[in-house]
Write a protein that binds this ligand. Structure first.
Ligand SMILES: Cc1cc2nc3c(=O)[nH]c(=O)nc-3n(C[C@H](O)[C@H](O)[C@H](O)COP(=O)(O)OP(=O)(O)OC[C@H]3O[C@@H](n4cnc5c(N)ncnc54)[C@H](O)[C@@H]3O)c2cc1C
Length: 45
């Protein structure tokens, strides 16, 4: 059965958890819930 993983917050910890969950289970449904604006990774110039 497909696992459903819900992660609350998409800061550094949230994205790290999502990546870790995907590495652990390639078929799981992963949902990231964020209350604020979408945040992107940005490289420092
Ligand atoms: C001014 C400042 C400067 C910093 N500069 C640096 C730096 O240069 N280098 C560095 O390594 N670190 C820096 N830090 C620290 C860094 O920002 C934190 O360590 C890091 O953001 C922590 O990530 P996090 O995912 O744990 O939390 P957060 O980044 O706080 O992410 C948590 C997320 O969860 C969301 N959330 C919370 N509650 C809910 C809810 N109930 N439902 C849905 N979403 C929710 C929030 O909106 C947020 O987006 C800085 C911090 C501050 C305040």
């Amino acid at each position: 059965m497909q696992k459903k993983i819900v992660i609350v917050g998409c800061g550094a910890a949230g994205w790290s958890a999502a990546v870790g969950a995907r590495k652990t289970d390639r078929k799981a449904q992963i949902i990231v819930v964020e209350q604020g604006e979408p945040r992107n990774y940005r490289k420092h110039q």
